[in-house]
Every structure is written in structure tokens, then in C-alpha cells.
Design a protein around this ligand. Structure first.
Ligand SMILES: Nc1ncnc2c1ncn2[C@@H]1O[C@H](COP(=O)(O)OP(=O)(O)OP(=O)(O)O)[C@@H](O)[C@H]1O
Length: 263
């Protein structure tokens, strides 16, 4: 199912964050990094696609307008991980993942649900957390459980708002591999908001750069993430170089004080 945004406007009362945003269709199987400076609207975009914030315009998944779908259909189509970590409640991880799965996938029987839960705990490498209470977990552990709650539903669209913000490098790689597997094996589309431009260059098929003033550019990371764009969007002097393995990396050298974006 491809994702197509046409003339989408969203924001908050008296404060539209972006207006008439149109993007080329995003193909199934795409992992897309959503990047841009603080307060530019990354979370707002993901919230409006998830349907937790009203939006005007057309958001179509597989040719179907999302706002014409019932809440039940929508929850089967979209897995949304908000930026705040899951609350430290006294339920164990397995229970929270089970109830996230049952609420969205009432079409699965108990055996299918249990199989999906086991698979997601294995893929994320968090089996040992299954019987631990969220109230007794670290922030990073709760972030992994939040991801399990989203990935277990196997939705065709994943909207992940800074899903690795609380994680060390080992768990960041686990998460990115799990999201990559969802896009490659299940042909899902994943939009991942992040401040890590090197993650975008290394792992993503496309990058969506949101810039102050409501501009947006979508394309292959190496084409879009240029020193000129980084200067204009982030107000930094930066280089794109190659590491010893040939992968491109962003090196930020200096803030450009004259071009500093407001937060
Ligand atoms: N609930 C809200 N009510 C009113 N304005 C809001 C609300 N949430 C965010 N905003 C404003 O909307 C704009 C975009 O915020 P958003 O959280 O989408 O940015 P972001 O790009 O995700 O930022 P960050 O990288 O800092 O997380 C900001 O100007 C912010 O102040």
C-alpha cells in the first residue's frame, strides 16, 4: 500500500504548523526518516497521519482516504509510537503487548496473537522483559516495550516518533533492524522521526526534511542531505564524508549564527 499526502494542513488552534503539504507517493517497503530542526513539525506530521490531530487535505493509504475509515480499520492500518515513553504502570510487558494486540487485531485468534507477541519479543530481543512490570523498568526498557506494542500489530503503516531516543547503540540497532524487517518482509511503510542524520543516511531509503517555513523535501538521503540544505535548514556548517566502509556520514562543524533557526 502506498502513502500519498496531498495539500495536507495541520497544526494547533491558532497555529498551523504546515500548510498544503504535498509529497510524492511513498512506496510500500519504504523506510523514511523524518528529520528537521526542533519545533519544525515532525511530531505534528506523525500525529496528523495517525489521526490523533485533525488535518485537512488528503491522506491516502493504498488509495483509501484515512479519514473515511472507521476507528477499527484505522487501528489495523496504522501503528503509532508517540514521542513520550510508555507510562511506568504496574502491568508486566507481556500484558501490555497482549492488550495492544487484542485491541487492534480482533481478527486474530488467541494462538495467532500469542505467536505475534512471541515473534515481536524475539525480534526486538526483549524476551527477558516479558514478565517485568513497566513500573520497575528503565526508560530505555519501557521504550522497547512501547515499540513491541506497536510492531506486534503488523500494520502496513508505522509512524515512530523518535523511537530510539532513550536507547543505547546496541538497542538502537535492534530497533532499526526490526523496523527494517517490517518494511522488507511485510512491505510496511515506516516513517521514523529522528534527529540522527547519520541514521537516516545509513538505514533509510528516503529522507523527508521539514524546514522552517513549511518547506518539505523527500528523496534519497544522499541526494537530499547536502551541506547547502543542512546550512539552510539547521543553520550549521556541515560536511558529508565517507567512512572507511564507504558509508556517507554527516559531520557538523559549526553553527552558522546568522542562520540559526528559532526553537
Ligand atoms: N499541543 C500543542 N499545542 C500548541 N502548539 C503545539 C502543541 N504541540 C506542539 N506545538 C507547536 O507546534 C510546533 C511543532 O511542534 P512539533 O512537536 O511537531 O515539533 P518537532 O519537529 O517534533 O520538534 P522536536 O524535534 O523538538 O521534537 C512547535 O512550534 C510547537 O510549539
Amino acid at each position: 500500500m502506498s502513502l500519498k499526502l496531498t495539500n495536507v494542513t495541520a497544526g494547533y488552534r491558532r497555529h498551523p504548523v504546515y500548510r498544503d503539504l504535498s509529497l510524492p507517493a511513498i512506496a510500500p517497503g519504504s523506510l523514511v526518516a523524518v528529520v528537521g530542526p526542533n519545533a519544525v513539525g515532525k511530531s505534528t506530521l506523525l500525529k496528523s497521519l495517525a489521526g490523533v490531530l485533525p488535518a485537512r487535505g488528503s491522506i491516502a493509504l493504498g488509495g483509501q482516504e484515512l479519514d473515511c475509515q472507521s476507528p477499527g480499520d484505522r487501528v489495523r492500518q496504522i501503528g503509532y509510537l508517540p514521542q513520550p515513553l510508555p507510562q511506568a504502570i504496574p502491568l508486566v510487558a507481556y500484558e501490555t503487548v497482549f492488550s495492544a494486540c487484542r485491541s487492534a487485531r480482533s481478527d486474530w485468534n488467541r494462538r495467532e496473537t500469542e505467536r505475534a507477541i512471541e515473534a515481536v519479543f524475539d525480534t526486538l530481543g526483549i524476551r527477558e522483559l516479558a514478565l517485568k512490570r513497566l513500573s520497575e523498568m528503565s526508560g530505555g526498557q519501557r521504550q522497547m516495550v512501547g515499540l513491541a506494542q506497536v510492531l506486534v500489530r503488523q500494520t502496513p503503516l508505522l509512524l515512530l516518533d523518535e523511537p530510539t531516543s532513550a536507547l543505547d547503540l546496541h538497542w538502537q540497532l535492534n530497533v532499526l533492524n526490526a523496523v527494517r524487517a517490517a518494511t522488507t518482509d511485510d512491505r510496511a511503510i515506516a516513517l521514523v522521526a529522528s534527529h540522527d542524520l547519520n541514521l537516516a543516511l545509513r538505514f533509510c531509503d528516503q529522507v523527508l526534511v521539514l524546514s522552517p517555513g513549511g518547506r518539505a523535501e523527500l528523496g534519497a538521503p544522499e541526494r537530499v542531505l547536502t551541506p547547502g540544505l543542512l546550512a539552510a535548514t539547521y543553520g550549521i556548517e556541515a560536511r558529508i564524508e565517507r567512512c572507511s566502509r564507504g558509508h556517507p556520514i554527516v559531520l557538523a562543524d559549526n553553527p552558522l549564527s546568522a542562520a540559526r533557526p528559532s526553537v
